[in-house]
Design a binder for this molecule. Structure first.
Ligand code: 5GP
Ligand code: MG
Length: 189
């Protein structure tokens, strides 16, 4: 099946994924999040930091609805290889904007173990920002050691592997308009 579809299920690299969150629900939730963030950051000139690659669509759609003056920068980190968690988080490329004295809003696609976001918050705090908070489109509803508070959450989801709307399965599926969960596999890799 073509991965441009928003059908109930899709095939990516031989695996079946079923629709978890439809495109319309994603867009209306993002509009709500943008309204909340806009109200909270009036006159605070926040700097949004998009965590590449997964958050690129979330960032693009959210920023279209943000009203206050704001900046945008990108950072790339990785803690996943396919569906397998890697222990080490690698910073591949970093920020160009000055962090010190700014109100930082980190934009994430999904929080799983929370290791990536904890690492990022720690690294950014070293640059002496005025504040740091996190907006994540998805939050896996699992117990986690990391104590990072997620200020803005789009959807809580169960502990499943998802692809679509910016998130990939082995490099594919990012262009799907909906969010799909992997089914029928105990060994997704
Ligand atoms: P964490 O460090 O919280 O375990 O994972 C953070 C990153 O791993 C996320 O920002 C995301 O890029 C990736 N990730 C976590 N869970 C999933 C998932 O279910 N699907 C995909 N495609 N990426 C995930
Ligand atoms: Mg991510």
């Amino acid at each position: 099946m073509n991965i441009h579809t928003t059908e109930d299920s899709v095939r990516i690299l031989g695996k079946t994924f079923s629709l978890l969150i439809a495109p319309g629900r994603i867009q209306s939730r993002i509009e709500e999040m943008a309204m909340e963030i806009s109200n909270d950051f009036l006159k605070k000139n926040p700097l949004f930091i998009c965590v590449m690659n997964g958050a690129f669509l979330f960032t693009a759609d959210l920023l279209r609805h943000i009203h206050p003056r704001s900046g945008l920068d990108f950072i790339r980190v990785s803690s996943y290889n396919g569906t397998e968690r890697e222990k080490t988080i690698r910073t591949i490329w970093g920020l160009t904007e000055k962090i010190s004295g700014r109100n930082i809003i980190i934009l994430e696609d999904i929080i799983d173990s929370g290791n990536t976001i904890s690492y990022l918050c720690e690294e950014l705090e070293k640059e002496k920002p005025l504040s740091v908070c996190v907006a994540s489109l998805l939050l896996k509803d699992i117990p986690r050691e990391s104590a990072v508070k997620i200020a803005y959450t789009g959807f809580k989801i169960p502990d499943v592997f998802v692809a679509g709307y910016g998130m990939d399965y082995h490099g594919e599926g990012r262009n799907l308009q909906g969010i799909y969960k992997l089914i029928n596999s105990n060994n997704p890799c």
